[in-house]
Write a protein that binds this ligand. Sequence first.
Ligand code: MN
Length: 735
Amino acid sequence: MNYWNEKHTYEDVALVFSRYIKNLEDREKIHQAYLYAETCHQGQVRASGEPYISHLIEVSYIIATLGGGPSTLVAGFLHDTIEDTGITFEDIASRFGEDVAFLVDSVTKIRRLSRKNDSEFVAEGHRKIFLGMAKDIRVIIIKLADRLHNMRTLQYVRKEKQERIAKETLDVYVPIAHRLGIYKVKAELEDLSLFYLEREKYLYIENLLNDSQGERMKTMISLQKKLADMLMKTNIPFEITSRVKEIYSIYKKMYVKGRKFEEIYDIMALRIITETELNCYEILGLIHSIYKPVPGRFKDYIAMPKPNMYQSLHTTILGNDGNVFEIQIRTKKMDEIAESGVAAHWRYKEGGKYDAKQEQKEIEEQLHWFRDFVSYSDSDQSNEAKEYMDSLTHDIFDANVYVFTPKGRVIELPEGSTPIDFAYKIHSGIGDSMVGAKVNNVLVPLSTKLVTGDIVEIKTSKSSTGPNESWLNLAKTNNAKNHVRKYLIKKNQEFLRTEGIEKGKSILVEAFKENGVHEREIPNYINEKFINSFSHTTLDDFFFGISQKNPAISTVIDKLNLKDSKMSREEIISSYIKRTNSRNQNKGSQAVIVKGANGIKISLAPCCSPLPGDEIRGYITRGQGIKVHRKDCPNIQNEINRTIDVEWNPNFLLSQFPANLIIDSNDRENLLIDVMNVLSTVKVLCSHIAAKLHPDTLTTTISLTIQVSSVSNLNYVIQQLMSINGVYDVKRVIK
Ligand code: MN
C-alpha cells in the first residue's frame, strides 16, 4: 500500500502533460516555471531532507494527472514562492501573467490561514477554501494536489502535527474532494488520514485484506471469466476491471456501522466499462438473467446522477458458489468522471477557444450545490467559526432541496425555501412581477415550503404590484430578501408621491371652502396657465407641490385674490359665464362633454362604470339622455347607430366614480379585514363587498365596488390590493 512514496522528475511531469498540451509555447512556459521555482527555492529542504523542488514536482505531477492546463501547472510549480521565498505577486505577474499570479496568491492566502493551530483555523480554513474556490476552481485543484503530497510525506513531521494535519484533511479536504467527485484524490486522502489517526485499526484491516486476498482473487477471477464469456457472445464492447475497496471505507463499515469483515460484500467489486448508456443497461439485463440480484442493492445512478456528477449502474449478485459480488457498469466517460469528478470536465482542452471563465461557469452549473454555497459564504460573516463548523455538514451538504422548473431545469435552494426564493433565483424580474405560484400544478400560498422533486411554476403579471413587506418573512435566501428590499424602497417613493397628491388636493379644497368657493367650482380657477405660473406642468405635480408647501396654499389663495375679492354676486356670475364660454364647453361640473350638445342629460352607465382615463362612447337612450359607456363595453357593441362621440371634461376634477373589482386570493383568515384595511389606507370608499369561498381549490373570490377618481387612481388601488398576502389577481369587471 505504499503508493504514496512514488518519486518523479520534471520529465515525468512533462510526459503526462505533453499528452494533452501540444502548444510548444505553453510547454516552454511550464518548463520555465519549473526552472524558476528551482532557483527560488534553492537551498531549501523538506522535512524529509529532500530538496524543496521535489514537492513542487510531485504537486505538478498530480495536477497533470488531473488534466490541469498550462496556468494551473505553472502555478503548481510556483505555489509556495510567495510564502517561502522573496518573490512577490508582481514578480510572478510580470514573468508569468496575472492569471498565474492570481492562482498563486489565492493558494498562499489559504495556506496562511491554516497556520493558526486551533479549532478556529479549521472552520476558518473551510470557509476561505470555499471562497477561494468561488473565485476559481483551479485554486482548489492546486490546493488538493498540495495537500495530497503533504499527506504522502507526513511521516517526516512530528506526531502532533501528523494528527492535526490528518484530522484537517478528513474534515476539510476530503469533503471537498468528495463534493467535486475527485474520487482518486479523495480515497487516497482518506486512507492516509486513517493511517495517521487510527494506526492500529488501519494495519489490522490491511492484514485482513492481505490474508483473504488469495481466496478473493480466485473467486473474482472465476466470475470475471464467466462474465467475459457471456459478453463475448454479444456485440457489446466491454472491458472488465476489478478494484479493492479502500481501507477507509472498510474501516467505516466495521467501526461505524458495526459490520464484520466477512459481511462486507463489496470489498472487491467488478467494474464493466462499455461504450454507451444503452450498453450499460443491456449488460445489466444479461447479468440479471444469469445471476440472482440481491434485492434492494440495485442503484441506477445513470438516470439519477449523484450531485457530484457520478454516474454508474450498481448491482449486487449472488454468485453460483454462494459468494456475493458488487458489479458496477458504466461508460468510459462515466468512469473518467467517477475517478476525476469535476476535473474530468475541467480538464484542459487545447485547440478550441479555451476560456477559463466560461469553463468555470459550466462546472458550476454541473454542480448544483456550488453557487448557493458561494453566496452563503459571502453573506454569513457574523457566524462564529465554531458554529460554522457544526452547521457545515447539515446546512451546506445536506439541507438543500432540488426543485424543477416546468421545463425540467433543476434549481437548488436551501431547505425552507418558498416560491419567492425560487422566483428570484431564476430572475429578479420574475420575482418582482410574481402574482402567484403553482407547485405540482396546484395553486399554493407563497409561504409554501418547497421540497425536493417539486415542479414549481411562477405566475407573473405586468400589472403585478410587486413584492410587499411580508415577503421578507417568507423568503429564505438573502438573494430574494435583497431584491424585495430594493423593490420596496422604490415603491415607497411612489406611494409617498400618490399620498402627497391626495394631500395637496384636500388642502386646496379646504382652503377654497374657507374662502367661500365650492369644490365643484375649483376647476374654474385652476387652469393650465395658473399651474404653469408656479412652475408645475401637470395637475398632479401642482397638488404634490402644495403638499410640500411648494407653493404654500396661502400663496395660491393670495394669487387668486379670493380673500379680498368683494365682487358682487352679479360680477361672480358674469365672470363664471365668461370663463365657461371662453372654453366653449359645457359646464365644468359635467364629467363628460358631448360636442355641440349643451344641456343634454348625461349619466355614466352602471354596467361598465367608466372612469376618467377610459376610452368612452355615448349611447343615446330613449328618453333618458346620454348614457356613457366604456368603448369596449359589450352592451353597446351592437348599437353603433345610437352611439356618439363623447369625451371627458378635462376641467372636471376631484370627483369620485364607482368601479367594480373582483379579487382572487388564496383563502386565509383575516383576508377581508386586510382588504378593508388597504382600502382605508388608500382612502377609498367601498360601497359593496361580497366574498365567496371555493372549498375545492381553497381560494376565495371577493367582489367589491369602490369609489375612485380616475383610471390611474384605480390602478393604484389595484396595485395595493395585489400586495395583500395571498391575493394573486385583481380585475376590473363589467357587470
Ligand atoms: Mn506546497
